[in-house]
Write a protein that binds this ligand. Sequence first.
Ligand code: 5GP
Length: 181
Amino acid sequence: MQRKRIIKVKDKTFAVSISERTLKSQIKRIADQINRDYEGKVPVFLAVLNGSFIFAADLLREIDLPLEIDFVKLSSYEGTSSTGNVREFIGLNVDITGRPVIILEDIVDTGITMAHMLEILKRQNPESIDICTLLLKPSKLQAKLDIRYCCKEIPDDFVVGYGLDYDGFGRNTKDIYTLIK
Ligand code: 5GP
């Protein structure tokens, strides 16, 4: 099937910016690193919903370790700009005390969401916490975060696709698209 270079999501137009092939190879690169770094360990992966569901599904199938996965939710975004308000943390059903934890996030923008999540998770005394994000906007980062695994750094643009949405839509594409108008 011919992939579209330009898509419309609701009232906005987006152009393809990261291909499925690039995503796949970057995810494999990160998975190989995790497989090496966590050899002999049994990590708990916490996928941050909703945006990371496709990333988590693709990454975890490249991970060759005994692992647990849980899905958590904490979001600070509405529309196309960060509100700065952090909403509630829900969904953690695994006891992470004394366990190595890897957080899977779709995109780190200001980092406020991630900083808040780290604060909450640290209260449960995990052995360690690493952040693994599909995308990072380095120029927007405000919070002091140690991001161990990042598939791709991107400019300060709004992106959709491959799990990321615009107002609830646009998550179901194989490539990632950037807002053009
Ligand atoms: P932060 O707290 O780092 O500013 O925001 C993180 C959250 O904002 C991400 O988990 C994601 O849901 C949302 N977000 C940030 N930038 C983008 C973007 O370019 N596109 C989409 N769809 N969501 C974004």
